[in-house]
Design a protein around this ligand. Structure first.
Ligand code: NAD
Ligand code: ZN
Length: 346
């Protein structure tokens, strides 16, 4: 089969690999139909994720059809259409029992990281019963690819942790696919203000189309001033950090209102300053989270019923044979205007 292989920092190739086989009774082999590329795959290629070693097939998102199941799989059979979660979970360990699938002792974020991933014709999914979701008849598969990672990430790490409320004010720093996923899912709760901050005009235009009440093309002090103008000098009740760098985390601390929450989503490779000397008396909370994907069944229903349309995030399409071009397009988003790319494996 064809597969996209991480060859070490800065290097990737499309190669022939053996089709994976069942390794444990709870595994399933899935024939991929559609996958995509995540900002996190670019982090791996930069060398930011040491747990992912050369030779690994990348990818942790996608939909497919069950090819084979191990003897212990009870919920799926050959021929079933499935959504693959970026988080694998046994459903039985202490963390899974607490709904923290991201910290499953024999799973978590392993796909396309410590085991081979989805940017291939076939993938082996461990703990298949609790790591795959059945695709309802007639569902739009392109939209569902957005449910493997970015929708649950924006919703769980941003909207739920950030306690978005009816009538509340929200600022989302970073209008990449994850920030935009937080923007779409924040609207479940009808906040009064939904301010999106980024430097990329094209992404801010997308944010406007997706429901932002205001956009700010600035960062640092200028962005802070604009937020205060928009909020009667109070700041916002919820700030969602969806970039992953120190200056934007520090901006979040500047624009959170008294009693508010800073919900960090970004993957941070470096330390950031925490201004406790300003914040200690402001009754704020700061949260962090690796996506658990516990909200996936709920999000599936909202997509199916048309309450949200994550298909809006898709800007480009490629065949698996052209996945190197897909990486090129996705990694040059400012020029190509890419948000999410769909890669068809068949
Ligand atoms: P992305 O790189 O596509 O988007 C980041 C956005 O930030 C871009 O639109 C960019 O223009 C903007 N930006 C850069 N510098 C800025 C600045 N100084 N001020 C304002 N905006 C700025 O990334 P993405 O795919 O949307 O992911 C966002 C973050 O979420 C990444 O760090 C990613 O690794 C992380 N992530 C976290 C989880 C989790 O479980 N916590 C899961 C998936 C992704
Ligand atoms: Zn991801």
């Amino acid at each position: 089969m064809k597969a996209l292989i991480f060859e070490g920092p800065g290097r990737k190739t499309l190669k022939d690999r053996n089709i994976p086989v069942i390794d444990s009774a709870t595994d399933a082999i899935v024939r991929m139909t559609k996958t995509t590329i995540c900002g996190t795959d670019l982090h791996i290629l930069k060398g930011d994720v040491p747990s992912c070693t050369p030779g690994r097939i990348l990818g942790h998102e996608g939909v497919g059809v069950i090819e084979q199941v191990g003897a212990g799989v009870t919920q799926f059979k050959k021929g079933d259409s499935v959504l693959i979660s970026c988080i694998s979970s046994c459903g039985k360990c202490e963390y899974c029992r607490r709904g923290m699938y991201s910290h499953c002792t024999t799973g978590g974020w392993i796909l396309g990281n410590t085991i081979d991933g989805t940017q291939a014709e076939y993938v082996r999914i461990p703990h298949a019963d609790t790591s795959l979701y059945p695709i309802p008849d007639g569902a739009d598969e392109d939209a569902l690819v957005m449910l493997s990672d970015i929708l649950p990430t924006g919703f769980e790490c941003g909207v739920l942790n950030g306690k978005v409320q009816p009538g509340g004010s929200v600022a989302i720093v970073g209008a990449g696919p994850v920030g935009l996923a937080a923007l779409l899912t924040a609207q479940f709760y009808s906040p009064a203000e939904l301010i999106v901050i980024d430097l990329d005009e094209n992404r801010l235009q997308a944010a406007k189309r997706f429901g932002a009440t205001n956009t700010i093309r600035a960062t640092g002090e200028e962005a802070k001033q604009r937020v205060f103008e928009l909020t009667e000098n109070k700041g916002v009740d919820t700030v969602i950090e969806a970039v992953g760098i120190a200056p934007t985390f520090e901006l979040c601390q500047e624009i959170v209102a008294a009693g508010g929450v800073i919900a960090n989503v970004g993957v941070h490779g470096f330390k950031a300053d925490l201004h406790l000397e300003k914040l200690w008396s402001h009754n704020i909370a700061i949260t962090t989270r690796l996506v658990d994907t516990v909200s996936t069944p709920m999000l599936l229903k909202t997509v199916r019923s048309g309450k949200i349309d994550p298909k809006q995030l898709i800007t480009h399409r490629f065949k698996l044979d052209d996945i190197l071009d897909a990486y090129d397009t996705f990694s040059k988003a400012e020029d190509t205007r890419a948000l999410k790319v769909i890669i068809e494996a068949v």
